[in-house]
Design a protein around this ligand. Structure first.
Ligand code: PLP
Length: 284
């Protein structure tokens, strides 16, 4: 935290920290595979953009954040099977309150590294939440912020329904993403995903788009309704936490593959290849 290496139980933020006062922070989930930090530059760029959009002051440079990550991983000898929750808050306030002018000490940086395999089982179920995903006119989902109550309320609905996660629709009733991962469907040999209007433009989502383009798999960003998901041949989610995960049921409708093709398997193999061969090498 802020350059200090602390044991798990001693790592704490101030009660005056902006994350406590207003969820006023940005974050990234990052994975370490076989001695390399996957997509590090992309995560640092998104964090810088999120902090800039929220007008944080004295934002630490990406080079210094990278140093802090290396230092934390080295201290724990973490080289594989690791998830990093990287958080940058607006920092400590001089007194409680939401006004950013109360922030006069610079940002708080937290590098929380844990041994953690992908969180989802190989195949999951979804329900549709009554909570809508934020559109730009409310709170732009392109900012990867810690104000996660919409998503947490959606996840509570999933928990009560006995599902793994909840689909969140956009303000017009089209599918945006789940409470914590992006969504794709496959229909008649074509791959579709919602436009990144209300969803987070996930880094894993971006990689799947690139894989499809490179492999000549037809891919389209499109407004998609729930019915198109119910009747798709395959549905899958993407995210750093769960990688690529098959969805086998949505709101009680089984996803029935009528095509005889296994598109997810093909794309997932290319994604695995990327995690095994690319990323920022650890210097220790
Ligand atoms: C709401 C939401 N959607 C999607 C994702 C997946 O994004 P990425 O692939 O960059 O991990 C995340 C990850 O933090 C998320 O919080």
């Amino acid at each position: 935290m802020d350059g200090q290496l602390l044991p798990r139980e001693e790592a704490k933020v101030s009660v005056f920290d902006s994350s406590v006062q207003g969820g006023d922070a940005v974050w990234e989930g990052i994975r370490v595979y076989q001695g390399r930090i996957f997509c590090l530059e992309k995560h640092l760029e998104r964090m810088q953009n999120s902090a800039h959009a929220l007008l944080f002051k004295d934002i630490p440079s990406s080079a210094s954040i990278k140093e802090a990550i290396f230092k934390t991983l080295e201290a724990n000898q973490m080289r594989d099977g690791v998830h990093i929750r990287l958080t940058l808050t607006r920092g400590e306030k001089i007194t409680s309150g939401m006004d950013p002018r109360l922030n006069q000490k610079g940002c708080t940086l937290i590098v929380l590294a844990e041994w953690k395999p992908p969180v989802y089982p190989p195949s999951i179920t979804l329900i549709t939440s009554s909570v809508r995903r934020n559109a730009p006119q409310f709170l732009d989902s392109k900012i990867h912020h810690n104000n996660l109550l919409n998503n947490i309320l959606a996840k509570i609905e999933a928990n009560h329904a006995g599902a793994d996660a909840a689909i969140m629709l956009d303000k017009d009733g089209y599918v945006s993403e789940t409470n914590d991962v992006n969504l794709f469907l496959v229909s008649k040999g074509q791959v579709f995903t919602p436009h990144a209007d209300s969803c987070l433009p996930g880094i894993t989502r971006g990689l799947v788009l690139e894989i499809c383009q490179k492999q000549g798999i037809p891919i389209q960003e499109k407004r998609l309704s729930l019915t198109e998901f119910y009747t798709a041949d395959e549905v899958f989610t993407t995210g750093t936490m769960g990688e690529l995960t098959q969805v086998h049921a949505i709101d009680g409708r089984m996803i029935q593959n009528k095509s005889g093709e296994l598109m997810l398997k093909k794309i997932a193999a290319h994604f695995k290849e990327l995690t095994a061969t690319t990323g920022e090498p650890l210097p220790f």
